[in-house]
Design a protein. Structure first.
Length: 544
């Protein structure tokens, strides 16, 4: 009797005894957590984290730039692109001016509008060469990916949607912030499709393997309950504000819950089938299955959960946002696999649903095992060689974080990017910015030369196609602004006036000759005056 009880763990006996309450508990947990709070995708939208690391140099520099210019305090930026069928004229400008006024009035969502096209001096800097397109950059409230950031994007889109562009002119909202919002929307919509397709594939696979609806339904029930419970528990924690989420976290959690739940259910049912075909009765086969699989489920689950938890310590929020939600979800799946799975196995076996319908063929696996035992070194070498084949592609792997590649081309942001790229370079919609900060006022000739030298040196960097700065607002040096040109221009006026100066020099020589004649005449007049004076003196003497 003692030997028999040693083969029947206490937990296994408790689960078998309380199988119905355990099933009811997990059903209630899945139902309550998915009804008292919104679905996981909605909770994730309302409690999403910023996808930009706040300690990244680019993020720090961007917020520093907004602070020193007093324009914005977030890293969320968007572009409104206007595109016309013909070069845009006065009607398009009037529409643009009205649109900018509406954006500036929405101070809750729009922190700054770079209204270059509305100023004649700077208009050419944000207008395409063919005159058919122009853009305005917006700095929005809330960081990229956060609820306020997504709300700001929707507010801008609503303003553009309510506007009435003139005939032949279209307006698009694009940029990094709208791209992240569309990425979230696409992830939420695709998750439903992925979940349905996955469950269908699992159903077909289980039907092929078990060839029995009686074996299929309990396994599928366990998987669905585990998935719903994992999603619900994470949704409750996230809705309480204790957990930050992202579309990547919600998508990965659902996929992991389905995959882990299916694996562990198959492990349990497969071991049960082996015991039944070995001649054990249903109760003994239950204990055999639990005793042989429980530690496998626990070890495998904790390994995966621990690996997912390590993602929390990464710097990039794409990954760190997955860590804790995935670990919590997997912990729920592990707990359900160790309790709900055996409970459903107990209830199903009592109804005769989970008995094997066909003999398990182990001859092939026995041959594999025999070969491994007989020739371990050659098989290990062959396995390593096969694994190394996959590593051959690793040197050519390049990480790409361009989110445009991972969302449909039909989404609004990609449509806007496509419209912009018909008239501008790709970098114009996602520019890099350089902040130059000093301890004195830069608005003087010498510092302007320094800024222009900085712009020139940046332009020489490989991969830089255009540099806009205060010394080159249109992306090219200001016409007639170089020092050699200024020096040459100083001699132009002298050259143009050279003949005039020669003519005046000839006039001056003529005047000099005329002055000589006048001097001779004056000297003659002085002699005559002296003679007149002498004659007068003689006449006065004679009269006396």
């Amino acid at each position: 009797m003692s030997n028999r009880h040693s083969e029947r763990p206490v937990l296994a006996r408790a689960i078998r005894l309380l199988s119905v309450p355990i099933i009811v508990f997990w059903l209630a947990l899945a139902a309550v957590t998915n009804t008292v709070v919104p679905q996981l995708e909605i909770v994730g939208r309302h409690h999403s984290v910023s996808l930009t690391p706040h300690d990244a140099p680019s993020s720090i520099a961007m917020k520093r730039m907004g602070a020193v210019f007093g324009e914005y305090d977030s890293d969320s930026a968007a572009m409104i692109v206007l595109e016309g069928d013909a070069p845009m004229g006065g009607a398009a400008h009037d529409y643009y001016d009205g649109l900018v006024r509406q954006l500036e009035q929405d101070t809750k969502h729009v922190q700054h509008v770079q209204n270059y096209w509305g100023d004649l001096i700077t208009a050419a800097g944000s207008q395409s060469a063919d005159g058919k397109s122009a853009y305005v950059q917006l700095n929005l409230a809330g960081d990229v990916g956060q609820p306020l950031g997504n709300e700001s994007v929707e507010a801008v889109r609503d303003i553009v949607a309510r506007s009435h562009p003139p005939a032949g002119v279209r307006a698009y909202v694009t940029g990094q912030a709208p791209l992240t919002t569309d990425l979230t929307d696409a992830g939420e919509k695709s998750m439903v499709k992925i979940t349905v397709i996955t469950l269908v594939v699992i159903t077909v696979m289980l039907l092929i393997v078990y060839r029995s609806v009686g074996n299929l339904l309990p396994v599928l029930l366990v998987v669905v309950i585990e998935m719903c419970a994992a999603r619900g528990v994470v949704a409750v924690i996230g809705n309480a504000g204790m957990l930050g989420l992202s579309t990547f976290a919600t998508s990965l959690l659902t996929s992991l819950a389905i995959a882990a739940g299916t694996d562990y259910a198959i492990f349990l049912v497969g071991r049960y089938h082996e015991a039944r075909q070995a001649g054990e009765d249903r109760e003994t086969a239950y204990y055999t299955a639990y005793r042989g699989i429980a530690h496998v489920i626990l070890g495998s689950g904790l390994t995966v959960a621990g690996a997912m938890l390590c993602l929390h310590f990464t710097r990039l929020n794409y990954f760190s946002s997955m860590g804790i939600p995935s670990a919590i979800g997997l912990a729920v799946v592990i707990a359900a696999s160790l309790t709900l799975g055996p409970a459903v196995l107990t209830a199903g076996s009592r109804l005769g649903l989970l008995d094997p319908k066909r003999t398990i063929n182990t001859r092939g696996w026995r041959r594999v095992g025999t070969a491994v035992v007989r020739w371990p070194v050659p098989i290990l070498a062959g396995a390593i060689a096969v694994a190394l084949v996959g590593l051959l592609a690793l040197p050519g792997y390049r990480t790409n974080y361009n989110d445009r590649r991972y969302i449909p081309a039909s989404l609004p942001t990609n449509i806007g990017y496509a419209a912009a790229e018909r008239h501008f370079t790709a970098a114009r919609m996602n520019p890099d910015m350089l902040l130059v900060e000093t301890d004195h006022d830069l608005r003087n000739p010498s510092d302007m030369l320094v800024l222009d030298r900085i712009a020139k040196n940046i332009f020489r960097v490989p991969g830089i196609a255009r540099v806009q700065s205060i010394t080159r607002p249109l992306g090219t040096p200001i016409e007639h602004s170089s020092i050699p040109f200024q020096i040459s221009m100083q001699s132009v006026s002298t050259t143009e006036n050279l003949q005039f100066l020669k003519d005046r020099m000839a006039d001056m020589k003529k005047m000099s000759d005329d002055f000589g004649v006048m001097v001779a005449a004056m000297e003659r007049m002085m002699d005559l005056m002296r003679q007149l004076s002498d004659t007068t003196h003689h006449m006065e003497a004679d009269t006396e």
